[in-house]
Design a protein around this ligand. Structure first.
Ligand SMILES: O=c1ccn([C@@H]2O[C@H](COP(=O)(O)O)[C@@H](O)[C@H]2O)c(=O)[nH]1
Length: 277
């Protein structure tokens, strides 16, 4: 019997059932800043971030700041990121920091503290991680997340074409990507959905996702070519209630007016909800 959602599963389910299945990406590309009439500086970044937060935080179930675009401005950019995370969470959105961290276990523990510990100024609700050092190396992040009802999203089958070489490689009869899925499913047997996966919406992934019992972040909608109508086929074998498509540039390209960004987000979210079961 599937246990009642608790831990991160409960928080995630509440947000998605109230606001729908679309993750709004905050990716302050230099091109977008220029398109919005902003300087490519920390001040321009701060204005861009304020508009994104005002547009998305009250309506999006999950918001995913791409941390690289903040870190590239150094300490001033990280200060903007801290504010984005805090303000989005205060408005009721689940914040997934797209940081793609991964290292040996002892260093992974420091990353876990950075992104998942209440005492950190960068504390989010979930973080993306890379399993290249082995699924087990991520354990400190899983433990920190589980203790705090937070989540960790592990890269399994990414949206970029270059991912195939490693993710589809044979690992004793399964693909490397499938071993990540299976390890995540085992770790989610407690019903907390602490472990989510990243599986691109851009192509047939070839994974058996049926037993995951956790969220599936599906980037690639819009700028990378995937459409809402593609989703049912791409995620045919998954529990689609867990599928969370993500879009950044295609939504943000509607800016800089707050209302236009929000409308673009809501329009995309409604298309996703109409397409998925
Ligand atoms: O497999 C992956 C994992 C992460 N991403 C990230 O998602 C967004 C996509 O942005 P778009 O503008 O909607 O293309 C970006 O932050 C990526 O780093 C991904 O695309 N694919």
């Amino acid at each position: 019997m599937t246990p009642e959602p608790h831990g991160f599963a409960a928080r995630y389910r509440v947000a998605v059932s109230a606001r729908g299945r679309l993750c709004g990406g905050i990716d302050p590309h230099a091109e977008l800043l220029e398109q919005w009439g902003l300087e490519v500086t920390a001040d321009g970044l701060a204005r861009f971030a304020d508009i994104c937060v005002e547009a998305l935080a009250p309506v999006a179930a999950v918001i995913k700041p791409q941390v690289a675009f903040f870190e590239m401005f150094g300490a001033a950019g990280v200060a903007v990121l801290e504010r984005v995370i805090r303000d989005c969470r205060a408005a009721g959105a689940v914040v997934l920091a797209d940081a793609k961290r991964g290292d040996i276990g002892s260093t992974m523990a420091a990353y876990a503290t950075e992104w998942l510990d209440d005492a950190s100024p960068l504390c989010a609700d979930a973080v993306t991680v890379s399993p290249y050092l082995g699924f087990g190396s991520l354990r400190p992040a899983f433990e920190t997340a589980r203790a705090a009802d937070r989540g960790v999203f592990v890269l399994a089958r990414t949206s970029n074409p270059d991912g195939a070489g490693i993710q589809l490689a044979d690992a004793r009869g399964r693909t490397v990507g499938q071993t990540i899925v299976d390890d995540a499913a085992d770790a989610n047997a407690d019903g907390t959905a602490t472990i989510g996966l990243v599986v691109g919406a851009t192509r047939k992934h070839g994974l058996d996702l049926g037993g995951l019992n956790g969220p599936i972040l599906a980037p690639g909608l819009g700028a990378q070519g995937a459409t809402a109508e593609d989703l049912p086929e791409v995620f045919a074998g998954a529990d689609q209630s867990w599928v969370l498509p993500a879009s950044s540039r295609a939504v943000l390209g509607a800016g800089p007016q707050v209302g236009a960004v929000r409308d673009a987000f809501v329009h995309t979210r409604d298309a996703v909800e109409a397409a998925l079961s």
